[in-house]
Write a protein that binds this ligand. Structure first.
Ligand code: HEC
Length: 107
């Protein structure tokens, strides 16, 4: 139990700098106007997105396309507008960051 916690912590520290850069991107492109990492706002919590697509090899490609062109119906009836202004490289980084988020802490 304790060891598991410690290795999770070590991992979190290791990926922290990259995570920070990606959160900056999410801010820059206004993703955070509708999304938060750990809370549903207008769009789903990014942690929930990570959990939903865990282990799905086609998730990065699918989600990159979805963020770019927008869409509706996966999480509810509120649509995500298209985000055509985000360069592909940044989009790939953002989606990889979202999918790598650790699951929500048990409540
Ligand atoms: C105007 C609000 C809004 C903005 C801005 C927004 N989103 Fe979304 N996003 C949503 C909504 C609403 C959904 C749920 C869509 C659905 O149910 O299919 C969503 C869904 C998603 C999903 C999951 C898609 C799926 O099919 O499971 C990802 C990943 C995502 N957004 C990433 C982003 C990123 C990255 C950005 C910034 C470039 C962004 N969003 C900007 C509202 C927004």
């Amino acid at each position: 139990m304790r060891i598991k916690y410690l290795s999770a912590l070590a991992l979190a520290l290791l990926i922290a700098p990259a995570a920070q850069a990606s959160e900056e991107l999410a801010k820059k492109y206004n993703c955070l106007a509708c999304h938060q990492v750990d809370k549903k706002v207008i769009g789903p919590a990014y942690q929930d997105v990570a959990a939903k697509y865990k282990g799905q090899a086609d998730a990065p490609a699918k989600l990159t396309a979805k963020v770019k062109s927008g869409g509706v119906g996966v999480w509810g009836q509120i649509p995500m507008p298209p985000n055509p202004a985000v360069p592909d490289a940044d989009l790939t980084t953002l989606v990889a960051w979202i999918l790598a988020l650790p699951p929500a802490a048990p409540k």
